[in-house]
Ligand binder design. Sequence first.
Ligand code: LLP
Length: 418
Amino acid sequence: MLTPHLHRSAATSELLYENVALTDIARQFGTPTYVYSRAAIVDNFRAYKTAFAKSKPLICYAVKANSTLSVLALLAAEGAGFDIVSGGELQRVIAAGGDASKVIFSGVAKKSDEIALALSHNIHCFNVESEAELHRVNEIAIAHGKRARITFRINPDVDAKTHPYISTGLKSNKFGVAHLDAVRLYTLAASMKGVEVHGIECHIGSQITKLSPYVDALKRLLSLVDDLAARRIHLHHLDIGGGRGINYQNESLVSMNEFADAVAAEIAGHHLDLLLEPGRSIVGDAGLLLTRIEYLKPGETRNFALVDAAMNDLIRPTLYDAYHAVAPVLQREGAATTYDIVGPVCESGDWLAKERALVLEQGDLLAILCAGAYGMTMASNYNTRTRPCEVMVDGVDAHLIRERERFEDLIAHERIVV
Ligand code: LLP
């Protein structure tokens, strides 16, 4: 499960990220620590650009996957746009030097102040998800003397065949407007003074490994584009959302070229600009969580490796039953034992990996792989644990890009009232 940028030293067989030894990172910055590879992030972003070269899409990186400023700044420098879901994410994009005119605003329950903030920065487009939201965007835009470009997020009722918590394009999900209601809503929007109808969007889920759900959704969207054109409502862009899966455990993924070619073939002849909203596939396999084994605890039915990272640092395993490969930083010789890798949090759900055959000793370092997406952004302070620091490796250098939280940070906004 190693990636091109994560490899073992030929001399010592210890794990290197780019050209930095993970043992050195642990020594310098402590553990648990999120470590990202700059080159891997750039490669992932450029893979989209190359595969989609003919369609020249605006690639709006989904900020929720990893919103650390250095990650955003790196992608901004690569020419990325950004898909945001809150005013906070917009402020992060701006703080990182991102271009607000390449920002699209998704999300089912945008607050008035968030809409006003986005309007004041002249973002590219609002992805509207309900009639009520359409009215709100229209009213706020009029009050600010602006016209908001809008796209409807269409719920195409397509099964993305992924985990139910991250499947979003079914009728039963809260997302988007119903396909059947779309023409009425576009007609209503076209009559409003505060909005300008601009595009059409869907996002059907995350960690999608197959091509067919995308093609099915695209066909549903394009038939709507044609219906609307017949009613003299002409759209400028089509946004196929994010959701491309990554290789957590040797999944068989549709190749990027096949994906890009299929999308290009479907939209050919429609004169629409293409937008994409990838998150996980840009940063997921470009990051790992480095943790140290505090204790080994053999048991009657299970053996536990108790590490210093926990569910508050990486919640994906317990929340989605997600698999993350575990690589010992130093490779030991000997007979493997089957371990559950668990953290210090007082819950049985606090696990990072289950039943892994490994040769371990107390004090060893482990790398929890493919943790670059939805790792740090979903971390919490449960059990009054300070969130990890973050390090970006770049060739032989390791840069601290976020300090480890301190206890003082955790209590900074509290007031004792008795
Ligand atoms: N666009 C919209 C509107 C989204 O809701 C999402 C993700 C994306 C783009 C990016 O999708 P991606 O390319 O990353 O699959 N926390 C979960 C994933 C939640 C995804 C939510 N929406 C996880 O850790 O698996």
